[in-house]
Design a protein around this ligand. Structure first.
Ligand code: ATP
Length: 345
């Protein structure tokens, strides 16, 4: 028998999102300045930057909430009109920093709302409940249930959205965004306010979304999450793209570190002072360990314990109130998702 070694053809990469030279000015303030970014098929791209760097404004330019002062945004080669519903129809879905669910609707109904851009039946068909409408309604329901299975919420399909724990409300937002069958999903701080278990589950979910062939662009303040998740990361600072590269490149870039931690100020402790402090601390620790070895046998064992994964120890806590927010998105469930222009987070 002859064996042939087939070289698996690498799936062709296509540019899903192409934002070029995007600038957004609010009066005298330039919130985003000449930012270009692409997202390719099969990619998870991260957008990071300190508070007020322009990340959400950039998202709003991509999704038609804002009309960029300059620049253009294309999806799969077609320039997008700056109208949110047309952007969704084209294939881009998003979630918001502040959760926007229909609090008094069920989980399933929330996902069905997200389906409306993909249903073609008109008003008369709905009012007269024509066969075409019933068929479309059934299909939408099936698709919505599939998405609830996918996001792990199927068992709660009949629960009111407002009664879900915080992490599940965020998942439901993602399920609703996926209901429009997007080719690209934009996630604005998907783990804000989540506990470590919920954050890990969100990470798994985003990988699974990517594996379904949906490209992902994600804003996040949780660096461990973003560097673990993304193929590429871009960092915005004061509206400008400072750097774009692999997680390793961005993580190690001194300008990124300076942007987050602040540039060293004049008179800050230099290397010599730091070494002195560290030596003094090491000396104090060694002295304490010797004293403990004489008197208290448990202490050295504690000191030798490996740095435990704090996350693994964290208690299960589904309650929104129990979660310490990572980012700026506090639980904020609206009775009706806000569509006012003022609420663009
Ligand atoms: N509608 C608006 N009118 C005027 N200024 C705005 C508007 N939206 C955003 N800005 C300003 O633009 C700048 C960038 O804000 P943006 O919310 O995009 O930052 P961000 O990086 O998303 O911050 P965060 O991480 O805190 O969410 C800020 O100075 C903000 O005050």
């Amino acid at each position: 028998m002859t064996t042939t070694t087939a070289t698996a053809a690498a799936p062709a990469t296509t540019t899903v999102l192409d934002a070029s030279g995007v600038t957004m000015r609010f009066g005298g303030l330039t919130a985003v300045r000449d930012v270009s970014l692409t997202v390719n098929s099969g990619e998870i791209v991260g957008l990071i930057g300190p508070n007020g760097a322009g990340k959400t404004t950039f998202f709003n330019c991509l999704t038609g909430l804002y009309v960029p002062t300059e620049g253009k945004v294309s999806y799969k080669g077609t320039v997008l009109p700056p109208k949110p519903h047309l952007v969704t129809q084209a294939g881009i879905a998003r979630t918001f920093q502040n959760i926007r669910l229909f609090a008094n609707m069920t989980v399933l109904e929330n996902v069905l709302v997200g389906r409306h851009t993909r249903t073609k039946e008109g008003l008369w068909s709905a009012l007269l409940r024509l066969p075409g409408f019933k068929r479309a309604e059934e299909e939408s329901r099936e698709r919505a249930m599939e998405l609830l299975e996918f996001t792990g919420l199927a068992a709660k399909a009949d629960h009111l959205a407002r009664n879900l724990p915080y992490g599940e409300q965020r998942k439901l937002e993602i399920a609703r965004a996926l209901a429009s069958d997007p080719g690209l999903i934009l996630l604005d701080e998907p783990t804000a306010g989540m506990n470590p278990q919920e954050t890990r589950a969100a990470e798994e979910l985003i990988f699974a979304i990517r594996d379904k062939g949906i490209a992902v662009l994600v804003i996040e303040h949780d660096m461990r999450f973003i560097f673990n998740l993304c193929d590429r990361v871009a960092c915005l600072v004061r509206g400008e793209k400072l750097i774009e590269g692999t997680p390793a490149e961005v993580q190690g870039d001194e300008r990124v570190i300076a942007a987050y931690l602040g540039t060293p100020f004049e008179g800050a402790p230099g290397a010599e002072e730091v070494a002195e402090v560290e030596a003094a601390e090491a000396h104090a620790e060694a002295a304490a360990a010797t004293a403990d070895a004489d008197g208290t046998p448990e202490a050295p064992a504690k000191a030798a314990a490996p740095a435990a994964d704090a996350d693994a120890e964290a208690p299960e806590d589904d309650s929104p109130e129990g979660d310490a927010p990572h980012g700026s998105g506090a639980p904020d469930i609206d009775a009706e998702p806000s569509t006012t222009e003022g609420d663009t987070k």
